[in-house]
Ligand binder design. Structure first.
Ligand SMILES: NC(=O)c1ccc[n+]([C@@H]2O[C@H](COP(=O)([O-])OP(=O)(O)OC[C@H]3O[C@@H](n4cnc5c(N)ncnc54)[C@H](O)[C@@H]3O)[C@@H](O)[C@H]2O)c1
Length: 256
């Protein structure tokens, strides 16, 4: 797998720290020969990234708060200057207020609903639009979803509804961009202990239930999500678009 992404420029969005799924994707992509750019949100993430990427060659950092159109536009203007062509993007960004990730879904606030969808869903749409002119050699856009967009998961609430919207957006974007040889796909990861995961009330119970019920009887390793991203970025998946691949040790096939 060493040269699978040789000469490919990949943008990784959403590394907060070493536990971020985005970082697992970055590691796999770098090992496969990709040149990496990172967009980050906030100084703390930049400091983590600088540490994590020590020793990596030709890395580009750009600040991007996805709630700001100007930041998204600046990100791609900057990447046009620094790297020219982009071949792949990992969109690993989601956020909801902590108070929305517990209790009843029907208590979701209007602004909490809007915020979760703006950051976790609209961002993918806007990013795809600004990325298109840089994907002149074809491209692969990947986002991360969760089973809570397909079935009801206690406490996941507004984020589940946002993931359902994200899942549908992947299909619409795949149609918009398919003729330009830009593919858009979704990885549905099993629960992984990250900063975002810890924001969900009773997350430890979710992990335990998952471990007990999943056909493989274990949790997902973030590196496994990274390897699936590698497949989706590479030519191995050249005919795959609008798809959701579950990397969840088979959890989604279980009825009871
Ligand atoms: N951890 C899990 O169990 C799990 C399972 C399935 C899917 N996912 C999804 O994976 C993705 C990555 O999450 P993670 O679990 O690695 O957690 P994480 O906290 O490491 O990553 C979330 C990222 O979103 C970024 N972000 C939040 N608001 C932003 C904004 N306004 N602008 C730009 N970036 C912003 C954060 O800075 C952070 O880097 C999310 O979409 C999440 O829903 C996570």
């Amino acid at each position: 797998m060493n040269n699978l992404l040789k000469d490919k420029n990949i943008l990784i969005m959403g590394v907060a720290n070493k536990w971020s799924i985005a970082w697992a994707i970055a590691e796999q992509s770098y090992r496969a020969g990709a040149k990496l750019s990172f967009s980050y949100y906030g100084e703390k993430s930049l400091r983590s990234l600088e540490k994590l990427t020590e020793g990596m060659k030709d890395v580009v950092f750009v600040e991007c708060d996805v709630t700001k159109d100007q930041d998204i536009e600046n990100t791609f203007n900057m990447l046009k200057e620094r790297v020219g062509v982009i071949h792949g993007i990992a969109h690993c960004i989601a956020h909801a207020k902590t108070e929305e990730l517990k209790g009843k879904f029907m208590d979701t606030s209007r602004d909490g609903y809007a915020m979760a969808h703006d950051i976790s869903v609209y961002s993918l749409i806007s990013i795809s639009k600004y990325a298109k002119p840089l994907m002149t050699e074809g491209g692969s856009i990947i986002t991360l979803t969760y089973y809570g967009g397909e079935k009801v998961i206690p406490n996941y609430n507004v984020m589940g509804v946002a993931k359902a919207a994200l899942d549908a957006s992947v299909k619409y974007l795949a149609v918009d961009l398919g003729k330009d040889n830009i593919r858009v796909n979704n990885i549905s990861a099993g629960p992984i202990r990250t900063l975002a995961g810890k924001g969900i009330s009773h997350f430890d119970q979710m992990l335990k239930a998952f471990e007990e019920k999943s056909p493989m009887g274990r949790l997902v390793d973030p590196a496994e999500v990274g390897k699936t991203a590698l497949f989706l970025f590479s030519d191995l998946s050249s005919g795959v678009t609008g798809e959701t691949i579950h990397v969840d040790c088979g959890y989604n096939v279980i009825g009871i």
